[in-house]
Design a protein around this ligand. Structure first.
Ligand code: SF4
Length: 353
């Protein structure tokens, strides 16, 4: 999940204008369906099948496995964030909630201080009531949408908290900002709850995903997950009168050095499986952090020639909706999670807004 984007170049995107958008989950809550979904999702925690790793531990009894998360979610930080794609953040920003821990172990993770640091993050375990209060607080601060960052392993808690938040007045669309290692069964239970899907598509080759994110069959699982997201919301982005996205799918692709992300194969899959109208966000912001700083193929930023090749593939494939990130974007969009209240405090993009 890219925490900071700087987009200078906007491809155009299909817009369906919704004058008076109401998030889908409002209707589900009226009928009691939101609680029923929360119950079904919570049932998956008993022998955890919440993500494709299928660890089988009893998270209701607080057993933990790969994602180091028991019954309650870890909320590592929450803040208004102004660095997402322009049509998501607008002038008032996305209300991002950063969940601690992760089901992947990316060696270059920008958020490694919260995603791969479970012993310290444990103290940030958060009740459903407090998570609901955070959602409402972000709405009161003016957020355009609630951004759920790294949500895959805590979906049951999110839906449980959402029901409480709706009772307290929440009515912002949810952005499901994910690494895409999501279980289709879980995503199906999010139909009508999540309006905006924002998945990464990180790799096209399983062996590279295993090497650099310590995960099996990333391409297979991520593609199945993204196909399910697309089935739910389609290719067109629904926006409000100000041009802010209220519903839809935006697929992020971070270009890695030495073509480790398999950009041509990933973009080709998008075009062939989902069609050329789907919205993509191509990102150039890779920089070597965490373990990548000492790894031979990942210890540098991408070259201009590498990025230009990927942009040429976009053109060649006719993928014409979305954004491409400026390659020489300011470096201070990087999060600094030592400051949990505002990890983007030094973010030049934020000051510009
Ligand atoms: S959500 Fe966590 S415990 Fe459950 S299957 Fe995934 S990694 Fe394992």
């Amino acid at each position: 999940m890219g925490p900071g984007l700087h987009h200078s170049s906007e491809l155009h995107y299909i817009v369906v204008l919704s004058v008076d958008f109401v998030p889908s989950y409002i209707a589900l809550h009226r009928t009691g369906e939101l609680h029923r979904r929360a119950d079904l999702l919570e049932g998956m925690l008993r022998r955890c099948t919440v993500c494709p790793l299928v660890c089988g531990v009893d998270r209701i009894a607080n057993e933990q496995a790969r994602c180091y998360t028991g019954y309650l979610p870890v909320v590592s930080s929450w803040t208004l964030h102004f660095g997402e794609e322009p049509a998501l953040g607008g002038e008032r920003g996305v209300g991002n909630i950063f969940f601690g821990n992760c089901n992947l172990r990316c060696v270059y993770c920008q958020n490694h201080a919260i995603s791969q640091n479970h012993r310290e993050e444990r103290v940030r375990e958060t009740s459903f009531e407090d998570l609901a209060a955070i959602m409402v607080a972000l709405q009161e601060q003016g957020a355009h949408a609630i951004g759920l960052v790294s949500p895959s392993h805590v979906v049951p808690a999110i839906v449980r908290a959402l029901a409480i938040a709706v009772d307290r007045g929440l009515r912002l669309p949810l952005i499901y900002n994910t690494n895409a290692y999501d279980a289709p069964d879980v995503l199906r239970l999010l139909e009508g709850i999540v309006d905006i899907y924002l998945p990464d598509l990180k790799y096209a080759e399983s062996d590279l995903a295993l090497q650099y994110s310590k995960i099996d069959d990333y391409p297979g699982h991520a593609r199945a997950a993204i196909a399910e997201m697309h089935r739910q919301v389609g290719s067109a982005l629904v926006t409000d009168a100000a041009g802010l996205v209220q519903r839809g799918l935006i697929i992020r692709h971070l270009v890695l050095p030495n073509d480790l992300a398999g950009s041509r194969a990933s973009l080709t899959w998008i075009r062939d499986a989902l069609g050329r109208d789907v919205t993509v966000s191509v990102m150039a912001q890779y920089y070597p952090v965490h373990r990548a700083a000492t790894m031979p193929l990942l210890d540098r930023k991408i070259r201009a020639s590498e990025y230009e090749r990927v942009l040429a593939v976009l053109d060649e494939l006719g993928l014409h909706n979305g954004w491409v990130q400026e390659q020489d974007a300011p470096e201070n969009y990087r999060p600094a999670f030592e400051d949990r209240v505002d990890p983007f405090r030094n973010n030049e993009l934020r000051m510009k807004n």
